[in-house]
Design a protein around this ligand. Structure first.
Ligand SMILES: [Zn+2]
Length: 287
């Protein structure tokens, strides 16, 4: 099965590097990613742009816009969603974003809701949504729990994305992490809004053992499955991992367990092509 991992990281972020070393056992490097892509038939990945100006600063209010992938790599089919820092979105920041967004390997933008304490409907973000609409770029929005003790989760709750989708019906939004743990709120949001999708990344953070424990605990599997079933929209879910916060192989097994087999090709591959038109343009270009 060909796979697109629609949500991972490839930036020098101290917390991610420490998590890889101490918790998940992942080789968080370009070489490590290249090996995993080969081993698990991952045709393409989308890295969420993120920058910290000094180790440990994430979520960093000083990072310039846009935030990209800061880890050197020579891997084909590594795409980017440019990260947005609402605190440096001045005219210069917007110019830099507009310029960087022309690059064909840039397939979308990423909003770090909850990490940055700014409401998704705050006027600060308006120029970003307008640019995204103009350029046909979807916006991945962090949804649910934050991997930071400095996160304020009312900003990343799925119902905040519901409000966003009502105000900006012409933008395409991908709610990261299926809004976990508020999966029912996420489910009703993607059901009600034709312009909202969800990625399945980051629902588990941990190593192989943590993923296996989750898969073997029906109470944990069932709450996620209930949200998926309630939404009834298998065309709205995208596979993603949030690597290096979880190893890719076991996480593929986890997502396979959540969805009926007949929908695997959609969730692991086809839905991502539909949501990210530039990704499809590059992957399907005649060589
Ligand atoms: Zn992430």
């Amino acid at each position: 099965m060909d796979i697109i991992d629609a949500h991972l990281h490839l930036s020098h972020i101290q917390l991610f590097a420490d998590t890889a070393t101490e918790i998940t056992g992942v080789d968080y490097s370009a070489a490590g990613l290249a090996r995993d892509m080969e081993e698990y038939s991952i045709e393409a990945v989308i890295g969420m742009g993120l920058v910290e100006t000094e180790p440990g600063a994430f979520p960093d209010p000083l990072a310039a816009n846009p935030m990209g992938l800061t880890m050197e790599h020579q891997i084909p089919n590594v795409f980017t969603c440019l990260g947005i820092n609402p605190w440096t979105l001045d005219a210069e920041g917007m110019d830099a974003l507009r310029e960087a967004a022309k690059e064909p390997m840039v397939v979308g933008l990423k909003i770090y809701a909850g990490y940055y304490h700014v409401s998704l409907t705050d006027p600060l973000y308006r120029p970003v949504y307008e640019l995204a609409e103009d350029m046909g770029l979807p916006l991945v929005v962090h949804g649910g729990d934050t991997y930071s003790i400095r996160g304020v989760m009312k900003y990343s709750h799925p119902l905040a994305i519901n409000e966003l989708a009502v105000q900006y019906p012409r933008n395409i939004f991908v709610m990261a992490h299926f809004g976990n743990p508020w999966v029912m709120d996420a489910a009703v949001t993607i059901t009600n809004h034709p312009n909202v999708y969800a990625d399945m990344s980051g629902i588990i953070m941990g190593g192989d053992g943590s993923v296996d424990e989750f898969i073997q605990e029906p109470l944990m599997m069932n709450y996620v499955k209930t949200g998926i079933l309630y939404s009834g929209h298998y065309d709205k879910f995208l596979f993603g991992t949030d690597w290096p916060l979880v190893p890719i192989g076991p996480y593929i097994r986890f997502v396979e367990n959540l969805f009926p087999g007949e929908f695997h090709e959609m969730v692991f591959y086809r839905n991502a092509l539909r949501v990210f038109p530039r990704l499809e343009a590059v992957l399907k270009a005649p060589s």
